[in-house]
Design a binder for this molecule. Structure first.
Ligand code: SF4
Length: 493
């Protein structure tokens, strides 16, 4: 049993809302529409949940490229008419980011753009390369000078230094060197190129608006502009959009897809359709599986909003327990509070969530959340629900315990900071002070996705943050570990 009094303040040193995995990035490109920049700004606005730190748009007017890159929300910078007017042209490429790699420097804002000998070239990347440092070292030894600390700039340099003749061949040449997760959209003077890594870890879809092809991360970015969903870009597929049409290429050896399972649990918007599955329906099925696996005798099912809501609905329906909004989320917590002062931080989650006393008082409550990362928010929320008069609190988590870090474009704390990597379920229950705690099993998660179970020999998804089973090499990590071991040996010698 954990002695809670012996533990340090779980919120010490953390921003108040730092107990969620942060989404990676969203991309949006449109080719051949008179409102290209405005459509891209709207598309990025719909993808805002994938990254709230900065956004950028590059456009091409037939003669030259135009670039706008700004820190902050899409709506902070890209609603002003002069900004959109400066992004002239019928082709545009946009990106919204959370700093998964390279820190939060302004020069890391995407899309990246460079003038090559063959003309301008822009790239927007969703994902993370696991061999970026190794590639960067090699490129720097051969004279490349980097402007940013982002892994995406490596791709730009690889394309620029390829000895192939044609642009598409250069891009293929560059992409064959990459390890990790990459859903990319590139824009040149004549082409828009979209590509997914061979495992298809991150999403990328093709849409259409009035005959103008669109490449973007999620279908909600098509809905906002009234565009039509055409299809998913397949894992390992490259599509080349030109004025004469769309060509599909398969430049990589085939591989068994490993789409990110966490897109269904948390990252994607519930109104998106991802890889043929409606995210909202999957989350409700997750809740139903959770209710079947780990029932609780309770009066109410209450979601931790917003991410826990669809799973809580599914749980409540399956368990025949009333669903109630026992916690209300304040949607207007702006950027002011993202890095708050200590005084504000110690107000804890109350800035964002408040317990609904009239609903909770005297009740036995099942609280449903999507995941537990550090445990800090769960601890505060459980206390808040108890302070509001709940008689019992039974926590149910709509995913397996998060035991490992993500290296594919999601900002996860290092493993030692993940509560599930340090404690058993019973210890976590004691730590967050609940009457009972249960996580969805891995097979339960796979069942919610329509699979009989997880195929341990060849898992159908990437689930590494729950299993530690990474689907690619982690070259930069291996190199870091080797350096660490060599220095330990040197110290011992
Ligand atoms: Fe998704 Fe987790 Fe795999 Fe990262 S490690 S890609 S979050 S399933």
């Amino acid at each position: 049993m954990i002695d809670r009094n012996a533990l340090p303040d779980p919120l010490a040193g953390l921003p108040f809302d730092d107990d969620k995995l942060h989404e990676e990035c969203g991309v949006f490109g449109v080719f051949g529409h008179q409102d290209a920049a405005a459509l891209t700004a709207l598309g990025l606005h719909a993808l805002q949940h994938r990254g709230q730190e900065a956004a950028g748009i590059v456009s091409f007017d037939g003669v030259q490229f135009h670039t706008e890159r700004h820190v902050g929300l899409v709506g902070d910078s890209f609603t002003a008419r002069p900004v959109i007017d400066r992004l002239a042209g019928t082709r545009a490429l946009g990106h919204t980011r959370y700093a998964t790699h390279g820190g939060s420097l302004e020069r890391n804002i995407q899309p990246f753009f460079a003038e090559f000998s063959g003309g301008g070239f822009a790239v927007a990347h969703n994902g993370n390369l696991t061999n970026a440092l190794s590639l960067r070292d090699r490129l720097q030894r051969h004279g490349s000078i980097f402007q940013s600390t982002s892994d995406t700039e490596v791709i730009l340099h690889l394309v620029a230094t390829s000895r192939r003749e044609r642009l598409v061949e250069k891009v293929i040449d560059a992409l064959r060197e990459l390890e990790g997760a990459w859903s990319l959209v590139c824009l040149s003077g004549k082409k828009m190129i979209g590509c997914r890594d061979p495992l298809g870890v991150r999403p990328l879809i093709l849409g259409d608006l009035d005959g103008a092809p669109i490449l973007t991360s999620e279908s909600c970015a098509l809905d906002i502009i009234g565009a039509r969903f055409v299809r998913d870009i397949e894992p390992g597929e490259m599509v080349v959009v030109t004025e004469t049409g769309i060509e599909s290429l398969r430049p990589f050896p085939p591989a068994k897809p490993r789409f990110c399972i966490f897109e269904y649990v948390y990252f994607s918007r519930p109104d998106s359709t991802v890889e043929g599955r409606g995210v909202y329906e999957v989350r409700k099925k997750i809740g139903a599986e959770l209710a079947a696996e780990s029932p609780a005798a309770a009066d109410l099912v209450v979601p931790v909003p917003d991410s826990g809501t669809p799973a809580a609905i599914g749980f409540a329906e399956a368990a025949a327990i009333p669903f109630e909004l026992g916690i209300i989320r304040n949607h207007y917590v702006g950027r002011t509070f993202i890095e708050p002062s200590d005084a504000i931080r110690h107000m804890g989650v109350r800035l964002k969530h408040n317990a609904n006393r009239d609903v909770l008082a005297g009740k036995r409550v099942v609280l449903v959340d999507d995941s537990i990362v550090r445990g800090t928010t769960s601890l505060k929320i459980v206390q808040m629900v108890r302070d509001a008069g709940a008689r019992e609190v039974h926590m149910r988590i709509a995913s397996p315990p998060t035991t490992d870090s993500c290296f594919y474009g999601v900002d996860t704390p290092e493993k030692s900071k993940l509560i599930a990597a340090r404690m058993s379920v019973a210890e976590m229950a004691a730590y967050i002070k609940v009457d009972s705690l249960a996580f969805l099993s891995m097979d339960g998660l796979y069942r919610a996705l329509g699979k009989a179970r997880r195929d341990a020999a060849q898992p159908q998804f990437c689930d590494a943050c729950f299993s530690g089973d990474y689907p690619t090499r982690l070259t930069d990590m291996e190199r870091r570990d080797n350096v660490r071991q060599l220095s330990l040996l040197a110290e011992a010698g």
